[in-house]
Design a protein around this ligand. Structure first.
Ligand code: ADP
Ligand code: MG
Length: 249
């Protein structure tokens, strides 16, 4: 049994069958990549995992519990965190203030967020936030205004905001989309560092093969809403079905 078990998931948007018969299993403490051409249904699948979309059919089990019918914040509290394609940080808050948001969301649910300004006494959470910032080499920037940071630091902060919740499953939707090669390589290194420091399962949706082959333990290829093949990276490279799926892009 994987930590994440997706079975026969289908999702239709009007006349478009975006996902059909998606079955996949993500093993604990591995990096599982989901690749596929544009429009294959990768983001739709991810949205079904975090409660942003509800599949029409099938089941999604995390650690033996169904996520279906739960709200995004409840799924987050179960131990699933998601990194967005563009950093979702609050520019007018400091790095440290940004770090407190996910900690309160995890502890209290989203409804206590309004109380975040009155958290001076929350020593434990502050310590955790500081430790996490140290982990991603950002402790010296704790009082910086987030808006004024470089793109790379914003990405680091966003990653830290996810990880401080100590998720068991981290979902990443094209974490290097739109990045230059140097930033892409920095992101790959950051994810490797993160993995080396703690037990964590990552499910990474990615278009860039360089990123996938640098990080993934297993790869599922999605095409037209259905898994084509699933295997280790060495077997996926040069697989005729994979090349076929990417032709005509
Ligand atoms: P990918 O992330 O693999 O590029 P998506 O999951 O974003 O693919 O999209 C899969 C298909 O579903 C595409 O044809 C897309 O246009 C369509 N789609 C995605 N979201 C919606 C939506 N909310 N409403 C209608 N169609 C959608
Ligand atoms: Mg997408």
């Amino acid at each position: 049994m994987g930590i994440l078990e997706v079975k026969d998931v289908g999702k239709r948007f009007g006349g478009l069958q975006a996902l059909s018969d998606v079955t996949l299993s993500v093993q604990e403490n591995t990096v599982h990549a989901i690749i596929g051409p544009n429009g294959a249904g990768k983001s739709t699948l991810l949205n079904c995992l975090v409660g942003k979309l509800i599949p029409d059919t099938g089941s999604v089990m995390f650690d033996g519990q169904s996520v279906l019918g739960r709200k995004p914040f409840e799924i987050n509290q179960m131990g699933i965190s998601r990194v967005f394609q563009t950093p979702e940080i609050f520019g007018d808050l400091t790095v440290m203030e940004n770090m407190m948001i996910p900690l309160f969301a995890k502890r209290d649910g989203i409804f206590r967020l309004h109380a975040m300004r009155s958290v001076g006494s929350e020593g434990d959470l502050i310590t955790r936030a500081e430790e996490m910032l140290a982990d991603v080499n950002m402790l010296d920037k704790r009082n910086m205004h987030s808006a004024s940071m470089s793109r790379g630091d914003k990405r680091r902060l966003e990653m830290a905001m996810c990880l401080v919740q100590e998720p068991r499953l981290l979902l990443l939707d094209e974490p290097t989309a739109g990045m230059a090669r140097a930033d892409t390589n920095n992101t790959i290194d950051l994810l490797k560092e993160i993995k080396a420091k703690r037990p964590i399962t990552m499910c990474i949706i990615e278009h860039d093969m360089h990123v996938v082959f640098s990080l993934a333990d297993r790869i599922t290829v999605l095409a037209q809403g259905t898994p084509l093949v699933e295997d280790v990276p060495e077997k996926i490279k040069g697989h005729p079905k994979v090349q076929e799926a990417y032709l005509g892009e």
